[in-house]
Design a protein around this ligand. Structure first.
Ligand code: GDP
Ligand code: MG
Length: 441
């Protein structure tokens, strides 16, 4: 899948000192293959790769995020751009009834989506909704819409397969006006393939009903086919938006990218299950993350870039490698930097894989623990923080009292700190370069 593929790309990038033309080239080649495999067409892939490359090379490398994470961010932002940066909701700004025309191939999910949207509008926005089936070719299709409307709690126009779709459309409009409906959904027939008769019929219905929304319903499982079909429908009908269905069965996400790029029309909703509640507004940023399969690593990167004082952490790193060594004061400052990024448990949630890796291991990620350590260090005098060896039993007791902890907690911290200090010394011998490559602070 695309996400697996990109995962591999970024694993390769991990641990590199900085982004260079060379290591991006390798990553971009993999991204390119990944997108092609996800059914994104070549012209889309080409333009995508070009802009990612341009943006990635210019990126300045900060110390708080790895080059791999920054590369992920560039690719992610580009994906969002490609899919249309903001979510666009249903446009119902019309003299009521606002007509929504549903178009697409047979089996793409038009009838189901009609029910989902009708239910949403009725329940959440208190809209009066009427639905009508123009699918006279399959009598079962009319029954299906009726049953869906019942479940959704909205009205359904009585129609017979003997009527012409154009006539039903006209009747539906009149019925909607008469009953004071706010929204009228016209569920149309579909074919297994694009066919001109059907297209002509849809164009006629469009001119009769004057819809404010023409939603092209696409089955995301059909990949590149959905893209070609989207293009044909858009050329004939000038659709206003796209609903991508069955995304619960499609981990690739390539269709979303390509349909948007090819039609230039916004994807408005995603179908996420067969049930009538199974619809979600399309959020490009979330879908991009899903495509990349990276949890909330972006939030982490952004938080890090915004909140961590880069100068301070640079100063701190500098200090670590000087002979004077690492003091409790530095320890505190380092911890405060980490705290700015959020709680430890939040950080762990944001980084994919970390939580699983931690499972069952004796790693203390308790936020309370960090607060306790902070309280202990803050209860010391400046001199004690720099030279903790001068602490005697009575000072330790007073510090424990001041911090609201036990003396044993103070001892534990000092022991941990001594170990950290020893480790820092060893890193110092390895040299600054080695340490930075290992991820810095
Ligand atoms: P139409 O011919 O375009 O009206 O398509 P239908 O609405 O009849 O849907 C065809 C099939 O796809 C039905 O079995 C639906 O239950 C199923 N379906 C529609 N949308 C979704 C979806 O978002 N997720 C899943 N899993 N199934 C869907
Ligand atoms: Mg149908």
């Amino acid at each position: 899948s695309l996400s697996d593929r990109l995962d591999g790309v970024f694993k390769k990038l991990r641990g590199r000192g900085h982004l260079t033309e060379d290591n991006i080239k390798e990553a971009l080649r993999d991204v390119r293959v990944a997108l092609l495999e996800a059914d994104v067409s070549l012209p889309v892939v080409k333009s995508f790769i070009a802009s990612v490359k341009e943006k990635a090379v210019g990126v300045s490398v900060t110390k708080s995020v790895t080059p791999g994470q920054q590369m992920i961010k560039v690719v992610h932002d580009e994906l969002v751009e490609l899919m249309g940066a903001v979510n666009e909701s249903l446009n119902l700004a019309a003299q009521p009834p606002a007509v929504v025309l549903m178009a697409g191939l047979q089996g793409s999910g038009k009838t189901t989506t009609t029910g989902k949207l009708a239910k949403r509008l009725a329940e959440r926005e208190g809209k009066r909704v009427l639905v009508a089936s123009l699918d006279v070719y399959r009598p079962a299709a009319m029954d299906q819409l009726r049953s869906v409307a019942e479940q959704a709690g909205v009205a359904c126009l009585d129609a017979s397969p003997d009527e012409k779709p154009q006539v039903i459309a006209q009747r539906a409009l009149e019925a909607a006006r008469k009953s004071g409906a706010d929204v009228l959904f016209l569920d149309t027939a579909g074919r297994l393939h694009i066919d001109e008769t059907l297209m002509d019929e849809l164009v006629e219905i469009k001119s009769i009903a004057n819809p404010v929304e023409i939603l092209f319903v696409a089955d995301s499982m059909t990949g590149q086919d959905a893209v070609n079909v989207a293009q044909s429908f858009n050329e004939r009908l000038d659709v206003t938006g796209v609903v991508l269905t069955k995304t619960d069965g499609d981990a690739r996400g390539g269709a979303a990218l390509a349909i948007r790029h090819v039609t230039g029309k916004p994807i408005k909703f995603l179908g996420v299950s067969e049930k009538l509640d199974g619809i979600e507004p399309f959020h490009p940023d979330r879908v991009a993350s899903r495509i990349l399969g990276m949890g909330d690593v972006l939030t982490l990167v952004e938080t890090a870039m915004e909140k961590v004082d880069l100068e301070e952490s640079a100063k701190l790193q500098e200090k670590l490698f000087k002979s004077k060594g690492f003091t409790l004061e530095d320890f505190l400052s380092q911890m405060q930097q980490v705290k700015k990024m959020g709680s430890m448990s939040e950080l762990v949630e944001m980084i994919p894989g970390v939580k699983q890796a931690m499972k069952g291991k004796d790693v203390n990620l308790d936020d309370g623990q960090i607060k306790r350590v902070e309280a202990i260090i803050l209860s010391m005098t400046k001199e004690e923080r720099r030279k903790h060896q001068i602490l005697n039993a009575s000072r330790k007791r007073r510090i424990a009292n001041g911090a609201g902890v036990q003396v044993s907690d103070v001892n534990k911290l000092l022991k941990q700190f001594a170990m950290t200090q020893k480790m820092m010394k060893r890193f110092g011998k390895l040299g600054k370069k080695g340490f930075m490559r290992g991820g810095g602070l």
